[in-house]
Design a protein around this ligand. Structure first.
Ligand code: WT7
Length: 631
């Protein structure tokens, strides 16, 4: 970057990292891409295969409904799998997997990945699923979740993956909103040695989901499950049918055809079904993966996220496979049975790029350096962080103890909606702990005030993106008005991220956090509205408000305030019961840290809950302007 003498504020990459990087001239590339983003993206797109070319790279004639590579034909599965079968990558490992208990590992070359995906695709097709149909996938972190996603893509079905840590209400809402015809699940999953009964959660969710005709069940845990005749089918039984075997043609898709929907939480109301496409999403994930993670054939890439979140979609499945990379996927979490589990896996599989979340780093830091120091971590070359701001203390620990001061930390800022990285360094960019550095090629970010005017460097404001980009969400599925209102109406012509941030004198961006009612608990995105609607289904609850408060390990934790119905009295046990209630309905990730009882929720005269007042009160901070308070 522009600095001549080393600035002590920066962490510079080594000569070795720079000389081997795919992209050495960051400044030149960034400047050129900013001048002509479409030209940059066209060049990236040309590295992939298309069945027929586009008319125009970017069609912005109907803003904010941008279209990318319009008129072109392709299929993301063709580029993630089929095209690699024509060269040496046919025999290269695509996916390596280890079970939580370490008793099993499974490996798949690109050739065998193709066989697995084709088999699943044949089966899905035989169930009557055609191009454009929605398929809900609700599974643990096992190879079949990857096969299921790619199988849908291959035949043009729209996948909707629901994170396995969600429960009945969340799953039911997502299946019925998407009108899925098929659910792919497994008999259960393991979490810290305990069985999670995914199939029975599916059974409960399907009680009122008339669109679902079939359920495919992958056997993972071997526990007893109820199979409803005519509806539920064991995957291994289906695999034995002649129909499952044989080739499966990859469907020719329009670049703008939907690839998947993924539900994410917004400020209000029910979760939003974010829609991504075959063409643009493919180019965005391919290019960001290549430059930010500098991915090469000799790498082994491990992203610890779950495929049920966008991070898993883009950087376990699509981004790495589009680049022909080798992906490692682990079924379990960081500290089971011991806090060295991840470090042991890095050593065992020779992981070279390790991408995780600040909350995990903070929790592992607490166990001390002795755990990672037991292991040879010298295979590591790059580290990555995502999901929430990383505090400098955690950054430095990660850098020193895990990366041994050799590995740049790629702090990637992005969202479900952006599909791919928007603010991120590449390995050649000097780093500052806690900053995602600068916008990715072709993108420009501004910090603006309430009126949309840019604030001065150093000041906090709303983070907006000013340029359209290929992997941007196209809409909220079947709700285009909500798409416009949520992202494009507060600052016309600019994409509102929902985050606040500041930019420093060097042009580096520092994310502060969400400015809406989205809570990031251990990096997981949850809406106050979802938590409140789970609480309200309990007989004792009249009204409730959920807020996020700072938490040392989780980043933010959920606190709830509940107003009870007449006839119910506050008690320790009721508070505990309500926490359980939320966990049962929404999922264990949404279990409130605390449920407190309150006589009356603070509201504006128009009836809106003043969460800001609750937040201040809970932290013993000044409550600010109360002039709009109802009484
Ligand atoms: C929100 C999006 C797509 C990544 C997984 C989360 C926060 C994400 C960072 C980062 C600071 C970050 C933002 C954003 N966030 N990455 N590197 N530094 N904050 O996707 O669930 O859609 O959440 O996560 O607040 O708006 P998501």
């Amino acid at each position: 970057m522009a600095t001549t003498a080393p600035d002590p504020e920066f962490y510079y990459p080594s000569e070795d990292i720079v000389s081997k990087a795919i992209l050495k001239d960051w400044d030149g590339t960034a400047a050129a891409a900013l001048k002509d983003p479409a030209a940059f993206w066209e060049k990236e797109a040309l590295e992939l295969e298309w069945f027929s070319p586009w008319n125009k790279v970017l069609d912005d004639s109907n803003k904010p409904f941008y279209r990318w590579f319009d008129g072109a034909k392709t299929n993301i599965a063709h580029n993630a799998i089929d095209r690699h079968l024509k060269n040496f990558r046919k025999n290269k490992l695509a996916l390596i997997w280890e079970s939580e208990d370490g008793r099993y590992d499974r490996t798949f070359s690109y050739y065998s990945l193709n066989r697995e995906v084709s088999r699943m695709a044949n089966i899905i097709k035989a169930m009557g699923i055609v191009k454009g149909d929605r398929v809900t996938i609700y599974m643990g972190r096992i190879p079949e979740i990857v096969f299921a996603m790619l199988a849908c893509a291959k035949i043009g079905a729209i996948h909707s993956v629901v994170f396995g840590g969600f429960s009945v209400d969340a799953l039911h809402g997502r299946i019925s909103d998407s009108e899925s015809k098929l659910v792919i699940t497994c008999d259960g999953s393991f979490q810290n040695g305990k069985l999670v009964e995914l199939k029975s959660i599916v059974d409960e969710s399907l009680k009122h989901c008339p669109t679902v005709e079939n359920v495919i069940v992958v056997k993972r845990t071997g526990n007893e499950v109820i199979m409803e005749a005519g509806r539920d089918h064991w995957y291994h039984d289906l695999c034995a049918l002649p129909i499952a075997n044989g080739k499966c043609a990859t469907e020719v898709m329009d670049a703008e055809d939907p690839l998947f929907i993924l539900y994410t939480s917004g400020s209000t109301g029910k979760p939003k079904a974010i829609l991504h496409t075959h063409g643009g999403y493919m180019v965005g994930t391919y290019s960001t993966m290549k430059y930010a993670f500098d991915i090469k054939d000799e790498d082994r890439f491990w992203c610890t996220a779950d495929p049920g979140w966008i991070t898993g979609h883009s950087y376990i499945v699509y981004g790495p496979l589009l680049n022909g990379a080798t992906v490692f996927m682990f079924e379990g979490g960081p500290a089971f049975p011991y806090p060295n589990r991840w470090w042991q896996l890095i050593e065992r599989y020779g992981v070279s790029i390790f991408y995780t979340a600040p909350t995990a780093i903070r929790s592992l830091m607490r166990f001390g350096e002795a755990w990672p120091n037991k292991h040879d971590l010298s295979s590591l070359r790059l580290l990555g962080s995502v999901g929430e701001p990383i505090n400098p203390e955690a950054w430095k620990w990660f850098y020193r103890v895990i990366g041994k001061e050799r590995c740049p930390i790629i702090d990637t800022w992005w969202q479900t909606e952006t599909g791919a990285f928007m603010i991120t360094p590449t390995p050649v960019v000097p780093l500052k702990p806690g900053s995602g550095t600068r916008p990715f090629f072709g993108q420009n970010a501004e910090i603006v005030d309430e009126e949309g005017n840019q604030v001065e460097d150093g000041q906090e404001g709303y983070l907006v993106l000013t340029n359209p980009w290929p992997s941007m969400l196209r809409t909220i599925y079947r709700d285009p008005d909500r798409y416009v209102n949520s992202y494009w109406s507060k600052f016309p012509g600019k994409y509102m991220t929902g985050d606040s941030a500041r930019r420093d004198k060097d042009g580096y961006y520092w994310i502060i956090g969400r400015v809406d009612d989205v809570i990031k608990v251990s990096g997981h995105r949850l809406g106050t509205a979802e938590i409140e609607s789970a609480l309200i289904t309990h007989t004792a609850v009249a009204e409730s408000a959920a807020i996020g408060l700072p938490h040392e390990v989780k980043g933010q934790a959920i606190f709830c305030f509940v107003q009870l119905k007449p006839g119910f009295a506050p008690s320790e046990s009721l508070s505990e019961e309500l926490r359980q209630h939320v966990a049962h309905h929404l999922g264990p990730i949404a279990r409130p840290e605390e449920v407190k009882f309150i006589d009356k929720l603070p509201k504006t005269r128009s009836g809106k809950i003043m969460r800001r007042v609750l937040k201040a009160r809970a932290q013993g901070l000044p409550e600010g302007d109360l002039s709009t308070l109802e009484d």
